[in-house]
Design a protein around this ligand. Structure first.
Ligand SMILES: *Cc1c(COP(=O)(O)O)cnc(C)c1O
Length: 486
């Protein structure tokens, strides 16, 4: 399998190359040349383990990585470190080392990158640059710390992540990691990283010093492909539990930010998984919700800081991959649309592309709706959702009401409620104003009796190792000082 760019101006590359490069040379995202139809084959073995399923799916895409290396990468990533639970309609993807679903992809990425380096005989050190709105940063640090041949640099918006997320990141151990707060929002951080990647002179200089830049953001195909696995896994769980028949179509509901998670669902469908509609749930930053209603992507609005910070995004990078399909893989059309977005802040799809994306339904949930929903589900069913998952749950309710489509659905549950304990306490009406976030964890725990995940217990007693703060213009300077001034 080869990978092509969404902008159509750079040649086909192997999976190892696509994984190492992150972004294509023409600024586009790598996409698979075709979608392997694996559902027919996999439906014969719906009880296989997560690791085995991952192998069956990932080997279709990354076929230039030797199979033993691929198995090794999968086992190192997931065995004993990551687990998926299915609770009613919820597929809980947050039982990993950072208590958010990004572990599913970011435990795997460093392992597959190591193998890709081997395939390409690359001896350079690889620097992973990541812009995060909260959860990616910690998951990347957790995946890459102390992995030989890599360094990991994470930029996050200083006031755009929760106290717990911030503490998770700035207590990160490892000689090869750096965490930097930006005076700006997530889009500033993401733009800064994109600018560094586009800086040819810088890349040239680094190359001469044996350093390559790469990314752990969800634009990396090495992150996207492992996310396909849990859609198959979740579907098979529903079949095994006799909630659906094998072959029956379901809807998936995804709390969406950068559009990686829901895009993996779309790729699963292209591979034969019986999914009917993709329900794309946004918070009050409802750019995507408007987009799926109107066919116009308009980022010209103020970014709001919400209680679901990992979804506080105006430009969802991975949407470009869906647009690529919607314009029938015409790279020039994608380039034009992305140029319009960059120059004018918006673009319009033509009628046939609008028709194409009608498998997607977009809507959003307000803070009040989310809080009510968290409280109601907890009090009625004793099920506690985090604020991101609750956005999806609320939007599903709106969808059913509007469409009268009551098909079985899978709600992708992306974080432990303990990652956002203050918001959850507010939702449940627990008074926590005079307590810090770490005390709030314990208060929520004594109220619900739901165990606190291991990695979040005792977070406040660990030493803070990262205190750097920089202006958004100085991201490159900070990077260079980390690489050269130590
Ligand atoms: C990253 C994240 C999301 C959004 O996922 P995308 O793949 O960026 O759309 C939703 N919820 C949580 C908890 C996250 O960390």
């Amino acid at each position: 399998m080869r990978f092509i760019s969404t902008r159509g101006k750079s040649g086909k590359v192997s999976s190892a190359e696509a994984i190492i490069k992150g972004l294509a040379d023409d600024g586009g995202l790598f996409v698979p040349e075709y979608f392997p139809k694996v559902f027919e084959k996999l439906k014969e073995k719906i009880s296989i383990s997560y690791e085995e399923l991952a192998f069956e799916i990932i080997k279709e895409f990354f076929d230039d990585i030797p199979e033993d290396d691929l198995k090794d990468a999968i086992n190192k990533a997931y065995k004993g470190r990551f687990e998926i639970l299915e609770k009613g309609a919820f597929l809980e993807l947050y039982h990993g080392p950072t208590s958010a679903f990004k572990d599913a992809a970011l435990l795997f990425l460093p392992q597959i990158m190591k193998k890709a380096k081997k395939v390409l005989a690359i001896n350079d050190e690889i620097i992973i640059l990541t812009a995060t709105s909260g959860d990616t940063g910690k998951a990347a640090l957790e995946g890459f710390h102390d992995v030989e041949g890599f360094k990991c640099v994470v930029y996050y918006p200083k006031d755009g992540v929760s106290a717990i997320q911030q503490r998770q990141m700035n207590t990160q151990v490892g000689d090869n990691v750096k965490v930097i707060a930006i005076e700006g929002n997530f889009d500033d951080a993401q733009r800064g990283v994109k600018n560094i990647f586009a800086d040819e002179a810088l890349k040239e200089k680094l190359k001469n010093d044996g350093i390559l830049l790469s990314s752990a953001n969800s634009i990396n195909i090495g992150r996207l492909v492992p996310q396909i696995v849990y859609y198959f896994y979740g579907y098979f769980k529903l079949v095994n539990k006799q909630k659906i028949r094998l072959g029956e179509k379901i809807n998936v509901v995804v709390p969406t930010g950068n559009f990686g998670n829901i895009l993996a669902a779309y790729y699963s469908k292209k591979m034969g998984l019986p999914i009917d509609r993709f329900i794309c749930a946004s918070n009050e930053n409802n750019v995507l919700s408007d987009f799926f209603k109107t066919g116009t992507y308009d980022k010209r609005r103020k970014l709001l800081l919400t209680d679901s910070p990992s979804m506080d995004i105006l430009v969802s990078s991975n949407l470009e991959r869906l647009i690529f399909e919607a314009v029938h893989r015409d790279g020039e059309k994608v380039s034009n649309l992305m140029k319009q977005l960059n120059d004018n802040g918006l673009y319009d799809l033509d009628e046939s592309s609008k028709e194409f994306i009608s498998e997607f339904y977009g809507n959003y949930a307000t803070k009040e709706e989310v809080f009510n929903d968290i409280s109601r589900l907890y009090h009625e069913e004793k099920y506690l959702m985090d604020t991101h998952t609750a956005v999806a749950h609320t939007v599903l309710r709106k969808y059913k009401k509007e469409s009268k489509d009551y098909k079985s659905s899978l709600i992708i549950s992306t974080a432990s409620p303990y990652k956002f304990p203050r918001s959850i306490c507010s939702a449940l009406g627990i008074e926590v104003e005079n307590y810090n976030d770490f005390q709030v964890l314990d208060i929520l725990n004594s109220y619900t009796k739901i165990p606190i995940p291991k990695n979040l217990r005792n977070l406040d007693s660990q030493p803070i190792l990262h205190r750097a703060v920089c202006q958004k213009e100085d991201m490159k300077k900070e990077l260079l000082s980390f690489l050269y001034e130590r």
